[in-house]
Design a binder for this molecule. Structure first.
Ligand code: ZN
Length: 189
């Protein structure tokens, strides 16, 4: 009876697990491995997630943990090719984004002009923990590695005028969507 129970358990559990393979990163090396279809990632692994990283209005005030795993996996892969990726800015408070936007308004003269360069806090994904700025301001070549290879990890560049800004807006392995012209274009999307 006991062994029957165990068999029963092992058939129940996968119903809660993933039904498509996801990428799992080793929690130390961040090397990637496709998950077992039925079991998902193992205990010493971190999942890169099944789809685009979802918005959450109740998210903790920090960088989204799946976005962080995706970046670390990309960082490990880049390092093996001699590229040093680093997050210069990730989670920002709403107040910090407001400050950055106010500075941009002073510099560019209006809300409309400023929002071409800095996302207004109500549009920015940094206060939601869903955006990272990579290798800004002096290493566009390194960020370009992520622009080309990021899709493998579920990371995409988003704006034509911000080579440093990346989000987890696709499932790992999907194709990145076309770039928005700038942060202001979010108003129309
Ligand atoms: Zn950014």
């Amino acid at each position: 009876m006991a062994s029957y129970f165990l068999v029963f358990q092992s058939h129940i559990y996968p119903a809660n697990a993933v039904d498509i393979p996801v990428l799992c990163a080793d929690s130390q090396s961040f090397a990637l491995r496709p998950s077992n279809v039925m079991k998902g990632c193992q205990q010493n692994e971190l999942s890169l997630g099944e789809g685009p990283i979802a918005y959450s209005l109740t998210a903790e005030k920090k960088l989204n943990p799946i976005l962080e795993v995706r970046f670390k996996a990309a960082q490990a892969a880049a390092k093996s090719e001699g590229i040093n990726l680093k997050i210069v800015s990730g989670y920002r408070t709403f107040a910090r984004q407001q400050y950055l936007f106010d500075q941009a308004v002073k510099k560019h003269g209006s809300y409309q002009e400023a929002s071409k360069w800095v996302a207004p806090p109500e549009l920015s994904h940094h206060p939601l923990g869903l955006a990272i700025d990579v290798n800004y301001p002096n290493e566009p070549d390194s960020a370009y590695w992520l622009e080309i290879n990021g899709y493998k990890f579920g990371l995409c560049r988003v704006f034509k005028n911000e080579w440093w800004h990346f989000e987890g807006n696709i499932a790992p392995g999907w194709k990145c969507p076309p770039l928005f012209k700038n942060a202001r274009a979010l108003l129309k999307s």
